[in-house]
Design a protein around this ligand. Structure first.
Ligand code: Z16
Length: 830
C-alpha cells in the first residue's frame, strides 16, 4: 500500500490463517517441524526439553487462529469487558490445560507415541509459572479460565516476575529457599512484544502552569523512567473457540535513560541503571497476606498498573474513543489492595494528560473500578507511608489528598463535624505514621466492594469497614470464591471425571451444578465401589509421584489426611500437629493399642514467608514430629507424616484427588474464604473444619452429616478475646493437651533438646493469638469421630459422593456469573 503499512486487504490477511489439520499425521508433521525448524534438532538427537518445547509450540499453534480471531472480534465490537488487575497469577502448568481446551489430548498422545515419546515425560518437563503466593494468585488464574470459557471479554494484567514463588527445600527439617528459575529452560507459552512497550515513570516533583486556555494545571516532572514490555499469554476457553489474553509486564531500562548516562561517559553507571530498572519485575514478594511495605513492592504495583492503564487507553481502545463513556467499555477489577494505586493513576491520566475537569474525571474513575477484599487480618490491610508515596509518586499523593478532602467533606455534610468518625474514615491515617490506607481508597473509588465468602463479606461490612457500609448503602456485596473444574476436576482427576461422565453424561464441566445428578448414585453400591476404586487409584498415583519426587511412600490402606496451604498461624497447622502428637502419645503411653488406631497418613504442604520466623519454626516442628512418628516402631506403621517440600499447583493436582480428609481448621473469622477447601470437596474428600470462610457454605450445601464441624464460632471467638484469653488455663485443665505440649517441650521430637521448639511452645502457652488451645478439645473430639466414621467405608463413600454432588456451586464459572450480575455487567460477547 501507498502509506507503507501492512496490506490489510490482502486476501490471505482478511482472516487468520486456519488451524493446522487436526489428525495424528498432521500433528506429527507439525511437531517434527517445530522440533527441526523451531528447536533446531533432529528427533534422534533431541532432549526431553527439546521435545517439550516443540510440543508446546505445536499446541499453541492450534490455539493461535482462535486467539487472533478473538482479538479481531473484540476490536470490532468493542464489547464491554473486564480488566482484571492482579499482582499475582498462580497459573500452574499450561500444557495439559491447552490440550484439554483444544481437545487434542488423545491425538497428541498417539502422535508422540508414534515418535517413540511418552507424553507423560513431556508433561513432567514443564516448570509451572508460579507467579503467585497462594489463594489470591490461584483465584486470579481460575477466574481468567472461567471468563474465557464463558466467552466474556477479559484482559488479565499482571507482572512477569523473572523469579516466581521460591522453591522450598528442607535442610535438617528447616525451610531453605531456592530461587525459582522458571524461565531457564525456555518459555514456550509467552509472546513478548517489546515494540508495544509502555513507559512508566517515578519520583521527581510536580509543578503548576497555565495552559494555552489560561487554565491552572498541574504536571508531574518525574525523575526516572523504565520501560514496561508486555508478554502475552493465551487464556483458552474450554473447547469453545475463544482465547482471551493475559498480559504480564516486564521492566527493562529505557534506551533514552541509558543513552543519557552512557553519553556522559559513565559506562558502569549506565549498566547499573539497567539492572536497577530490571529489578522491578525481578522477583515476586513471597508474603501471603502480610505485606512488608517495601519500596520495591510499591514500585512493582505502580509499574504494572500504570503500564496496564496506558496499554488499555492507548492500544486497546480505538483512537477516537470518548473517555466519558469509559465505564460502559471497561471495569478494572482490583484484586486486593495491591493494584489500588491505579485509582490515582487513572485520575492523573484523565486530568493531567487528557485535560478533563477533575469532577468529570472522578465520575469516570468511580465508574471504572471495583475492589475485592481478601482478608480480615488487620496486618494484611496495606498502608503506604506518605513519606514513601510522596517520594516515589508525588503527583499521586496530591491526587489522593484531594480525593480524601472531597470525600471527608461529603462525610461532614452527612454526619456533621463528627471528628472521631472523620478520623476513622480518613484515607490518610495519622498514626503510627502518616500513611495512606489503600483499602479505604479502593472503597471510596470503587463502584462495588466485595468480600470472597458470605461470612467474610458480613464481617467486612460489620467489623472492618462499618463506617463505609453505613455511608455507602448498597456498595458492599459478596461473591463467594470458586475454582475451575477444568483444572481441578477434569485434569487433576481423570478417573473421577470419567466416572461422572459415564453416570450423568457430558456437559457438567461447564455447568457444574449438574453434579447434583450424582446424588442418587450415593445409594448405589456398585457406584460406591467404583468411586472408591478411583480414590484408591489416585492414591497409587500420588504414591508414585512422591516416591519419584521425594523418595517417600504413601502406605496402602491408610486414610489420607491432608493439610495443604500457606503456613500461617491463623490457619493453625500447630493444631493439626497437636492432634498427631495426641495420637502418638495415646499409643506410646499404652492407652491405645497401635492395632486399634485407624491407619492414617498425614500430608502437609506449606511454604512460609522467608521472614516469618514463627511459621518457619512450625515447619521445623512438623518435620521433627514427622521423623519421630515415622521411625517409632511402637506405632507399627499406623501413623505416618509426610511433608513433601515445595507444595505448588502441580503437586496440588496430585495430592487433592487422593485425599480422604481435608483439613480446614483456621480460627473462625480469620480465613476470608479458602479455595483449597472447595477443591477437596469436589474431589470427594470429607472436610474437618471450623465455621470459617467458605467452609460455612460448603457445610450448608453438603449437609452437616457429611462434614465434621468443630470449634468456636466467630462471635464466641470475639467474646473469649474480649473476656481475656488465657491459653495456659487450657493447658492446665486438659491432661491430653498438656501431655502433647509437654512432649514437644521435653525434647521427644528433638532428640532430647528441650529448647529447640521454645518459640512455638512459648507462643502457644503465653500468647496463642489464634486460640489453638481453646479449640483443641473440640478438634480432638471431632477427629475421633472421623476415625469412627472411616471404619464404615460404605457410609464414608456415600458422604464423599454427596460432597461431590453438592459442591457444583463452587465452580469459578458461578463466581464469574455473580461478578457479572452484581458488579461488572459484562455479558458474554460471542
Ligand atoms: C491471599 O492469598 C489471600 C488474602 C490476602 O489478603 C492476600 C493474599 Cl496473597 C487469600 C485469603 O487468605 C484466602 O482466604 C482466600 O481464599 C484467597 O485469598 C482468595 O480470595
Amino acid at each position: 500500500p501507498a502509506d507503507g503499512g501492512p496490506n490489510r486487504s490482502h486476501p490471505l490477511a482478511l482472516a487468520p490463517v486456519s488451524s493446522p489439520p487436526v489428525s495424528v499425521d498432521g500433528f506429527v508433521r507439525e511437531f517434527l517441524r517445530e522440533l527441526n525448524f523451531g528447536q533446531g534438532v533432529a528427533l534422534s538427537a533431541s532432549t526431553v526439553n527439546d521435545q517439550y518445547l516443540a510440543l508446546a509450540r505445536t499446541v499453541r499453534h492450534y490455539l493461535m487462529a482462535r486467539w487472533l480471531e478473538t482479538m479481531r472480534r473484540q476490536k470490532e465490537t468493542q464489547a464491554k469487558g473486564v480488566a482484571y488487575l492482579s499482582a499475582e497469577y498462580l497459573l500452574g502448568r499450561q500444557l495439559g490445560n491447552a490440550l484439554l481446551a483444544t481437545d487434542l489430548t488423545d491425538i497428541v498422545a498417539d502422535g508422540l507415541a508414534q515418535c517413540g515419546i511418552d507424553i507423560a515425560d513431556l508433561r513432567a518437563q514443564e516448570v509451572e509459572p508460579g507467579l503467585g503466593n497462594g489463594g489470591l494468585g490461584r483465584l486470579a488464574a481460575c477466574f481468567v479460565d472461567s471468563l474465557a470459557t464463558m466467552s466474556v471479554p477479559c484482559i488479565g494484567y499482571g507482572i512477569r516476575y523473572e523469579f516466581g514463588i521460591f522453591r522450598q527445600t528442607f535442610v535438617d527439617g528447616r525451610q531453605v529457599e531456592q530461587p525459582d528459575s522458571w524461565l531457564a529452560l525456555g518459555a514456550p507459552w509467552e509472546f513478548p512484544h517489546p515494540d508495544s512497550a509502555q513507559e512508566v515513570s517515578f519520583g521527581g516533583h510536580t509543578e503548576t502552569y497555565t495552559d494555552s486556555d489560561g487554565a491552572e494545571r498541574t504536571r508531574w516532572v518525574p525523575a526516572w523512567t523504565v520501560q514496561a514490555v508486555p508478554y502475552n499469554y493465551m487464556v483458552p476457553g474450554y473447547q469453545n473457540g475463544r482465547v482471551n489474553t493475559l498480559r504480564l509486564w516486564r521492566s527493562v531500562a529505557t534506551e533514552r535513560f541509558d543513552l543519557r548516562i552512557f553519553n556522559s561517559g559513565d559506562y558502569e553507571e549506565a549498566v547499573r541503571s539497567q539492572t536497577f530498572a530490571e529489578n522491578i519485575s525481578k522477583v515476586l514478594y513471597p508474603e501471603d497476606s502480610t505485606p512488608q511495605g517495601k519500596e520495591l513492592r510499591l514500585q512493582q504495583q505502580y509499574f504494572f498498573v500504570a503500564a496496564s492503564i496506558a496499554d488499555f487507553l492507548e492500544d486497546v481502545l480505538p483512537e477516537d474513543f470518548d473517555l466519558t463513556k469509559l465505564p460502559e467499555r471497561i471495569i478494572f477489577q482490583l484484586n486486593d489492595t495491591h493494584p489500588v494505586i491505579a485509582v490515582p493513576e487513572l485520575m492523573r491520566v484523565l486530568v493531567d494528560e487528557k485535560g478533563l475537569a477533575w469532577d468529570t474525571a472522578w465520575e469516570i474513575t468511580k465508574g471504572c473500578f471495583a475492589y475485592t477484599c481478601h482478608t480480615l487480618l488487620p496486618e494484611a490491610l496495606e498502608v503506604w507511608s506518605v513519606e514513601l508515596l510522596g517520594r516515589l509518586l508525588p503527583r499521586h499523593l496530591e491526587i489522593i489528598y484531594r480525593i480524601n478532602e472531597e470525600f471527608l467533606e461529603e462525610v461532614r455534610e452527612r454526619f456533621g463535624d463528627d471528628e472521631l468518625r472523620i478520623r476513622r474514615m480518613s484515607i490518610i491515617a495519622e498514626h503510627p505514621e502518616r500513611s495512606v490506607r489503600m483499602a479505604y481508597l479502593a472503597t471510596v473509588a470503587g463502584s462495588k466492594v466485595n468480600g470472597v465468602a458470605e461470612l467474610h463479606s458480613q464481617l467486612l461490612r460489620d467489623k472492618v469497614l462499618p463506617d463505609f457500609n453505613e455511608f455507602y448503602p448498597g456498595k458492599f456485596t459478596n461473591v463467594t470464591n470458586g475454582i475451575t473444574p477444568r483444572r481441578f476436576v477434569r485434569l487433576a482427576n481423570p478417573g473421577l471425571s470419567e466416572l461422572i461422565t459415564e453416570s450423568i453424561g457430558v456437559g457438567w464441566l461447564t455447568d457444574l451444578e449438574r453434579l447434583r445428578e450424582l446424588e442418587p448414585f450415593a445409594a448405589d453400591e456398585e457406584f460406591r465401589a467404583r468411586f472408591r476404586e478411583v480414590k484408591a487409584a489416585n492414591k497409587r498415583r500420588l504414591h508414585a509421584v512422591l516416591t519419584e519426587r521425594d523418595g517417600v511412600s504413601v502406605s496402602d490402606g491408610h486414610m489420607l489426611d491432608v493439610m495443604v496451604k500457606r503456613l500461617h498461624e491463623y490457619k493453625r497447622q500447630t493444631l493439626k500437629v497437636l492432634h498427631i502428637i495426641t495420637q502418638y502419645n495415646r499409643v506410646v503411653s499404652g492407652e491405645v493399642a497401635a492395632a486399634d488406631l485407624t491407619p492414617r497418613t498425614f500430608i502437609f504442604g506449606a511454604k512460609a514467608a522467608p521472614g516469618y520466623k514463627m511459621a518457619k519454626d512450625i515447619i521445623h516442628l512438623i518435620n521433627a514430629v514427622g521423623s519421630t512418628v515415622n521411625n517409632d516402631e511402637r506405632l507399627e506403621g499406623r501413623l505416618k507424616v509426610i511433608f513433601p517440600p515445595n507444595y505448588n499447583v502441580t503437586l496440588a493436582e496430585k495430592v487433592i484427588p487422593a485425599a480422604d480428609l481435608s483439613e480446614q481448621i483456621s480460627l473462625a473469622g480469620k480465613e476470608a474464604s479458602g479455595t483449597g477447601n472447595m477443591k477437596f470437596a469436589l474431589n470427594g474428600a470429607l472436610t474437618i473444619g471450623t465455621d470459617d470462610g467458605a467452609n460455612v457454605e460448603i457445610r450448608q450445601l453438603v449437609g452437616d452429616e457429611n462434614f465434621f464441624l468443630f470449634g468456636m464460632l466467630e462471635p464466641e471467638v470475639e467474646a473469649l478475646q474480649a473476656a481475656g484469653y488465657v491459653p495456659s488455663s487450657y493447658y492446665e485443665s486438659n491432661p491430653e493437651l498438656r501431655r502433647a505440649i509437654d512432649a514437644i517441650a521435653s525434647g521427644v521430637f528433638s532428640g532430647g533438646d528441650r529448647h529447640m521448639f521454645d518459640s512455638v511452645v512459648g507462643n502457644l502457652l503465653q500468647e496463642d493469638r489464634f486460640l489453638a488451645l481453646a479449640d483443641y478439645a473440640a478438634y480432638i473430639e471431632a477427629q475421633d469421630k472421623v476415625d469412627a466414621a472411616y471404619a464404615d467405608q460404605e457410609e464414608w463413600t456415600r458422604a464423599a459422593i454427596l460432597n461431590v454432588a453438592r459442591s457444583g456451586f463452587f465452580s469459578s464459572d458461578r463466581s464469574m456469573r455473580d461478578y457479572i450480575d452484581r458488579i461488572w455487567h459484562t455479558p458474554p460477547a460471542f
